[in-house]
Design a protein around this ligand. Structure first.
Ligand code: SF4
Ligand code: SF4
Length: 396
């Protein structure tokens, strides 16, 4: 297992991290015995970064990880878990969640603690205003938290604002060859690196979509290379080729996947892909571009929209619907457009002012395309459902 050094604190982190959101299932719940065995086997083979969250597996992921790390494993690894800001309206609420997390994880310290799914700076400001960041800093001084970070699924502009607004110890972004120009983007990754902030990468395989749902011509393009690799290996190596990346989190759901990922992580060094191999990705991206509904390059020239629409983000979700044979398009769209955040950014917020179209170098009929996004990814129940959910969660 290769490691990379966290330049902030000199932690030696395994380049493969274990994402604890896709444990093997038994019936309707987690297959506990298998999951614990997989976690311990991963540790024996050098994985030392485990990422969970308050609500993964309906709140059971942290407890499972706590059980797996009992009996001497806890001290051998770094545990990352997350505070969900959208469930926190008062500091007391955050403290309760944190205590509960430590109990479930059977630990009295968290190595890497993140604000979960921070999609806009307004949410960070709200966390600051109710005292959450001061409290986290106090916990850090006391040694109860070792690193403060955030995970991110929003757009590039918000990422740039958030990462520059606080002295983060680390951040976690979605990044893979299909998302080079989506969400935080490559320039966001480079910005984090230039600020000396380690980057943990999530969704390296887009939840398995870059493995199981690839168009045939993409599979063919990979096969045309002299390097014989599975689509998963291609995707992981592309990310590890970036020296700015510290750890890739993989939500490994079975023993075979664990074994494959560990084997790849034994020799995937930064800047190791050859020109021929990088050319394969160019071919793959070209094919994907041809299947793209809206030719948005995510350049961001149309932004900011005065009504808060994340124009490139909406188009990325829309394109995915046609590019990948996936089922969770609507859910992904809701998540990435921050429907539960203070500043949601979904397509139907568009008032058709037309300002954005003046700046689009691709001459995209943004208003017309956003109507399609609304039709296909929102539908008639979207607004009432979101309104009820926001009311329940007390999001203003
Ligand atoms: S047309 Fe719609 S998306 Fe474009 S700037 Fe106006 S409100 Fe925003
Ligand atoms: S300006 Fe055009 S290409 Fe650039 S992000 Fe906006 S819609 Fe996409």
């Amino acid at each position: 297992m290769l490691t990379r050094t966290n330049q902030k604190n000199k932690d030696e982190l395994s380049i493969l991290g274990f994402g604890c959101m896709r444990f093997p299932q038994k019936g309707t719940g987690i297959d506990e015995a298998r999951s614990i065995a997989m976690i311990r086997s991963a540790i024996e083979q050098g994985v030392n970064y485990f990422d969970t969250a308050y609500f993964y597996h309906g709140g059971k992921s942290e407890s499972l990880l706590g059980d797996a790390l009992s009996g001497g494993y806890r001290e051998r690894v770094k545990v990352a878990t997350k505070l969900p800001p959208f469930m926190v309206s008062k500091l007391e609420g955050a403290k309760k969640i944190f205590d509960n997390q430590c109990t479930k994880l059977q630990t009295n310290y968290i190595d890497y603690y993140l604000l979960h799914m921070l999609t806009d700076k307004a949410t960070l400001d709200r966390m600051i205003s109710i005292g959450v960041m001061d409290w986290l800093e106090q916990l850090k001084k006391e040694g109860t938290i070792h690193n403060i970070g955030f995970s991110f699924h929003g757009g590039k502009a918000d990422f740039e604002q958030i990462i520059s607004a606080y002295p983060w110890d680390f951040c976690q972004i979605q990044y893979n060859y299909l998302d080079e120009n989506n969400q935080a983007t490559k320039s966001g990754l480079q910005l984090a690196a230039s600020l000396g902030i380690p980057v943990i990468v999530m969704e390296p395989l887009r939840g398995g979509k870059l493995v199981n749902n690839l168009p045939d011509d993409v599979v063919k393009a990979f096969k045309s290379s002299d390097a014989k690799r599975t689509p998963a290996e291609w995707a992981l190596r592309w990310i590890w080729n970036h020296p700015e990346v510290s750890v890739i989190l993989s939500g490994m759901g079975d023993e075979q996947q664990l074994a494959e990922n560990i084997a790849i992580a034994s020799n995937a060094t930064a800047n190791s892909l050859s020109k021929e191999e990088l050319d394969v990705f160019e071919k793959v991206k070209k094919i994907m571009l041809e299947r793209t509904k809206v030719p948005c390059t995510a350049c961001g020239y149309c932004m900011p929209c005065p009504h808060g629409v994340n124009i490139p983000g909406c188009f990325a979700s829309y394109n995915d619907k046609y590019l990948l044979n996936t089922k969770n398009n609507r859910l992904n769209y809701m998540q990435t457009q921050g429907v539960m955040s203070k500043k949601p950014s979904y397509a139907s917020l568009c008032t058709e002012c037309g300002k954005c179209e003046l700046h689009c170098p691709q001459n995209i009929s943004i208003r017309k395309e956003l109507k399609q996004v609304k039709k296909e990814l929102e539908g008639p129940l979207f607004k009432p459902v979101v309104a009820v959910a926001r009311k329940i969660m007390k999001v203003k």
